[in-house]
Design a protein around this ligand. Sequence first.
Ligand code: T46
Length: 138
Amino acid sequence: MPNSLINIAELPTITDRRGCLTFAQFPDNIPFSVSRVYFIYKTDNDSPRGFHAHRELQQLMIAISGSFEVTLDDGQSREKVILTNPTQALLIDRMIWREMHNFSQDAICLVLASMPYDESDYIRNYDEFLTVVKEVRQ
Ligand code: T46
């Protein structure tokens, strides 16, 4: 899909009789140096997460177990993807509003992040996001 907000890389996977090994490495599958890793688990299906954008942070998101839905919004359009496969890495660029819904009971979301945690990088208000994204595009 041209200009899609959904940018998914298929990660290399080695499968043998012992199971599967999937990996990602800079710069082939991770387009930035990883400064931070976090993971989200023991989620509640009725408790969506996200609802913010980042001014500078880039992230790769992987459903290493279970599934969940990710909605991405660049201020002009909104797209949804369901991550179900640990070999798929979703790239979330800077200045993209994200929401996460419908976590399966066994969901584990692994995130590789380009910067250390910095609350001032977050835009947690959607109207502010729309204002800032317009300024950035001008
Ligand atoms: C994102 C989505 C996908 C930290 O102290 N360090 C960290 O590295 C992170 C990620 C969070 N926190 C603190 C900040 C909050 O007090 O943990 C608390 C929960 O974070 P938040 O409400 O932002 O969680 P989510 O799941 O809504 O968002 C997270 C990431 O924050 C965000 O960058 O893109 O996952």
